[in-house]
Write a protein that binds this ligand. Structure first.
Ligand code: BJW
Ligand code: ZN
Length: 272
């Protein structure tokens, strides 16, 4: 299958699908300057996951873990949603409720692109409602109290120069932690339930920019396949899902999604 044929076949599948589950991973933000976790230049190359992304690591050395998150928060603050986020936001808006975006990313770039799209349509920019991305692994700019578990948005500066300067809960005084999901932790129940509900109802899973190694996120497209649905994968590299994909588009998301999800016709191909 040529690239053009693959895109045409994927557009046809998406066009005919009654419900679509979209699952994204770090690769969709890579072209915006947010490093992926694995692979060349990945975040794990410089920091072993078991050192930083586990509750044990945070108990052992909260300052070191916070330092990593401060670095990532600063990095993401300087990034903008890219063509892939924008193409997806427009397509989700046009599908008006028949597709749901589930992301493993904590960078908030999908929500930003969706708010920008909503604002461009004349809607209130924060009126995403049921269309807001399902964030399976939490959010970089939220914190949770390690004692009372109160969760709040947190965009302020964090001073990770010493244990004494780390952020503390304004209610109970205990240490705050990033509201993200570390290895061995349960995913937020509401988000996981919503993702599974969509996976069980979808005809097609569109999987973009994930190594599909981390579960339960990587199991969601399998649920779609198990009920006879189709899988479209966009990733320059193969993943464990590739052998089961009806269509595999081996291209960066920022190149592939505007063509796949755009409103224009493909050169020489009838649009879907
Ligand atoms: C491009 C591109 C471009 C590049 N365009 N593409 C079943 C089997 C085996 C193990 C388990 C299982 N179920 C649960 C587990 C254990 C564990 C797990 O999955 N381990 C595996 C690694 C073996 N899972 C968990 O612990 C989860 N919790 C859980 O299951 O709770 C229940 C339970 C509790 C106790 C015991 C047992 C069960 C929690 C997982 C939490 C993951 N957390 C992280 C950190 C989040 C916070 C943070 O960001 O700091 O989430 S880890 C990290 O990996 C992050 C990501 O969301 C996640 C996935 O990574 P992703 O997005 O796929 O990124 P990469 O870098 O791996 O891949 C990038 C891809 O992009 C590549 O393919 C590139 O080719 C591609 N790409 N440029 C398109 N331009
Ligand atoms: Zn508290």
């Amino acid at each position: 299958m040529t690239d053009t044929q693959a895109v045409a076949a994927a557009r046809d599948l998406l066009h005919r699908a009654r419900r679509v589950l979209v699952l994204t991973g770090a690769g969709i933000s890579a072209e915006c300057g947010v490093p992926t976790f694995r692979g060349p230049g990945g975040l794990w190359k410089r920091h072993r996951p078991e050192e930083l992304a586990t509750p044990e690591a945070f108990r052992r050395d909260p300052r070191l873990v916070w330092e990593w998150y401060v670095w990532r928060r600063e990095l993401v603050s300087s990034c903008e949603p890219g063509p892939a986020h924008h193409a997806l936001a427009g397509w989700l808006g046009r599908r008006s409720g028949s597709a749901r975006l589930v992301t493993q990313n904590v960078d908030g770039l999908h929500a930003r692109a969706q708010r920008e799209w909503a604002a461009a349509q004349g809607d209130a920019p924060d009126a995403l409602g049921a269309g807001r991305p399902v964030e399976l692994h939490g959010a970089l700019f939220r914190v949770r109290c390690t004692a009372c578990r109160r969760e709040t948005e947190h965009r302020g500066t964090v001073d990770a120069s010493s244990d004494a300067t780390l952020p503390r809960c304004s209610d109970c005084g205990a240490l705050l932690r990033p509201a993200v999901v570390w290895f061995g932790e349960m995913l937020p129940a509401e988000a996981l339930d919503e993702a599974i509900r969509w996976a069980r109802a979808a005809d097609v899973a569109l999987v973009v920019g994930t190594s599909a190694l981390v579960h339960p996120a990587a199991s969601l497209p399998i649920l779609v396949l198990e009920r006879g649905g189709g899988l479209v994968e966009v990733n320059p590299e193969p993943s464990p899902l590739t052998p089961r994909a009806a269509v595999s588009i081996r291209a960066p998301a920022g190149t592939a999604l505007p063509v796949l999800l755009g409103t224009g016709e493909l050169p020489g191909v009838k649009g879907g």
